[in-house]
Design a protein around this ligand. Structure first.
Ligand SMILES: C[S@@+](CC[C@H](N)C(=O)[O-])C[C@H]1O[C@@H](n2cnc3c(N)ncnc32)[C@H](O)[C@@H]1O
Length: 239
């Protein structure tokens, strides 16, 4: 597994350009077991970052619909979803190395064949590795809310990113977001409002009830314990 989760950028004088990211590059603690799982299962389920678009037919060996999950954390809910939908192929993207290790472990135990993972910043993955009009669904569950106003620029879900996703979805494809931050939920509604072709599938043009198919995530469980409300947003791409 390549160990860089972003591509360093330089100006024409060779000066390193600091990018605003939706995550902080910290040396996160990783257990010996997680390292062992990465070593063992990455060659089977991991995809290294590359500058060319992926060929999903080649990767999954079948042309089932592709679901992209962004920021899967430790991956339990992603693996459970992949178990529940064997007729779909799942691609998970995460920058949290210990989460990659855990996810590979859960996927190995579940013996699933319809999941691949990428260890890299999803903004670069979307731009370089995903061909236009190929994804049937994009799901982003509990993206970091970056609550302070001065940190809003770090939020993953902003109009530019939503626009990039819209190019990758097939017509009729969906974008499902869940958050426990009411403020972020309304911010997303504002950011998506002016992007062509997204239709809000909520009757009231705001939130939907959690679909039963959406497995409760690890982060969500912590939110429940704090008594947080959960906001599910579902949009569909129209021609
Ligand atoms: C609050 S956690 C939620 C994890 C999981 N979805 C859950 O609900 O338990 C947000 C996750 O998004 C990941 N993340 C943040 N920015 C990312 C990016 N640009 N590319 C890929 N993953 C990212 C973080 O590493 C983190 O694991």
């Amino acid at each position: 597994m390549k160990n860089n989760i972003l591509i360093p950028q330089y100006n024409k004088n060779g000066i390193f350009l600091r990018q605003i990211r939706s995550f902080v590059c910290r040396r996160s603690r990783i257990t010996q077991s997680q390292l062992k799982w990465i070593k063992k299962y990455w060659p089977l389920m991991g995809i290294d970052f590359q500058l060319e678009a992926l060929n999903f037919l080649y990767i999954f060996n079948c042309d089932a619909p592709i679901v992209l999950e962004i920021g899967f954390g430790s991956g339990e809910s992603l693996v459970q979803t992949a178990i529940n939908f064997p007729d779909k192929n799942f691609l998970g993207v995460e920058v949290y190395k210990s989460g990659i290790g855990s996810c590979l472990h859960f996927a190995h135990i579940a013996k699933i064949k319809n999941l691949r993972v990428i260890y890299h910043d999803v903004t670069e993955v979307i731009h370089n590795m995903i061909m236009d009009n190929t994804l049937s669904k994009v799901q982003i569950f509990f993206p970091d809310p970056w609550k302070k106003k001065r940190h809003h620029k770090r939020r993953l879900i902003q109009s530019k990113f939503l626009e990039a996703i819209s190019k990758k979805l097939i017509v009729g494809g969906t974008l499902h977001i869940a958050t426990d931050s009411e403020e972020y939920a309304f911010y997303i509604l504002e950011e998506i409002k002016n992007i062509k072709n997204y239709i809000n599938l909520s009757k009231k043009n705001n939130f939907i009830l959690r679909p039963i198919s959406r497995i409760t995530t690890k982060f969500e469980k912590k939110g429940h314990m704090r008594g947080n409300n959960i906001f599910d947003l579902l949009f569909q791409l129209q021609e």
